[in-house]
Write a protein that binds this ligand. Structure first.
Ligand code: PHE
Length: 339
């Protein structure tokens, strides 16, 4: 009988020590399972004198019932404890601020380029992208700029070999397009260009947007009409353009195009240096020699072309005073152009 009591207290203290339901279950089986210690006590019945057996059996049974309810209570407590532990570990503080995901912004040059494409695509232009390495022929010769032509000095060129160079202007796209397709042509050619030039408003690499229209009866008025539309869409609904005579070997007549200053509305301010106008691009009627070079009959077709610096437009539009800001990729600067 004493042994029996020992088994009970042994079982209890072992059960108290169980850390989780699994080990508690193991303890339970150790005592109450088929091969358990309490069951083992019953097997010793035969050592007990016959008259004491019923009382002995009853004692062990009582003991088993007591232990069973003790385990049941412990199991319940353990379940509560484990649930509490689980809830604590999965706790979510709904009042914590959310994780912010940094949103990127379109680079101002990409933005202006896409806006330009939108504006001119609306007028029926298709986009053609040439290559950054061009031959001298496409970049100069076919554009009516032979080797000894003084206009080559206007653009300081990076040569790759005697024949190939980094294109100095997207105008090379004009030739490529006219060789590829016969009129009517309405082409937009965006891309990187390169010149050995470096100061606050010039960078050795920058972007241009070329435009070319070739068809029957195209005039300078068509050019100005389209550029007016461009200026209104890009700068302000009240923007106007002004053409001034200029010179490019591939256009005749050639013009420099000014847009009325959007900062002061044309009254004159520091941005436009008091003139009310800002120079934004070069343009003109395609020189008949260029048409001939591309196999287009200049007596049948006429055309106009324009070329603008995308950085320049971005600087004017967003009031950026140094072109280097556009290539330094300082996130604090670029972030300002978010929607
Ligand atoms: N290619 C000229 C430049 O880079 C711009 C231009 C393009 C002028 C088309 C007239 C016509 O300065």
């Amino acid at each position: 009988m004493e042994q029996n009591e020992d088994v009970v207290s042994e079982a209890r203290s072992e059960a108290e020590g169980a850390q989780d339901s699994r080990s508690l279950y193991e303890v339970k089986m150790k005592y109450l399972g088929k091969a358990g210690k309490v069951t083992g006590l019953l097997k010793r019945m035969k050592e007990v004198p016959a008259e004491e057996r019923p009382a002995f059996g009853k004692r062990i049974n009582d003991l088993r019932v007591k232990l069973e309810s003790h385990f049941a209570a412990l199991e319940e407590k353990m379940k509560q404890k484990e649930l509490a532990r689980k809830l604590a570990s999965e706790r979510i503080d709904v009042t914590m601020p959310g994780k912010r995901r940094e949103k990127g912004a379109e680079h101002p040059v990409t933005r202006v380029k896409n806006q330009l494409i939108d504006i001119f695509a609306g007028m029926g232009f298709e986009v053609f992208e040439g290559t950054e390495i061009e031959s001298e022929y496409y970049n100069f010769t076919a554009l009516n700029t032979p080797a000894d032509h003084p206009a080559r000095d206007m653009q300081d060129t990076f040569y790759v070999t005697d024949e190939f160079l980094l294109r100095t202007q997207t105008s090379a796209g004009q030739i490529r397009m006219m060789e590829k397709k016969s009129p009517p042509i309405k082409m937009l050619c965006p891309g990187r260009v390169f010149r050995s030039d470096d100061d606050a408003t010039h960078s050795p690499m920058f972007h241009q947007m070329e435009g070319l229209v070739v068809d029957k009866g195209v005039t300078l008025c068509d050019l100005q009409g389209m550029l007016d539309e461009f200026a209104r869409a890009m700068f302000s609904r009240s923007s106007k353009t002004r053409l001034r005579p200029s010179y490019f070997p591939f256009t005749e007549p050639s013009v420099e195009v000014d847009v009325s200053c959007a900062a002061c509305g044309g009254k004159g301010c520091s941005l436009c240096k008091g003139t009310g106008w800002i120079e934004v691009l070069g343009a003109g009627m395609v020189n008949r020699r260029v048409l001939e070079n591309c196999g287009v009959d200049p007596d049948e077709y006429t055309g106009f072309a324009f070329g603008m610096g995308i950085e320049r437009i971005a600087m004017l539009k967003y009031g950026i005073n140094n072109i280097k800001l556009l290539t330094e990729n300082d996130v604090r600067f670029l972030k300002q152009f978010q929607e």
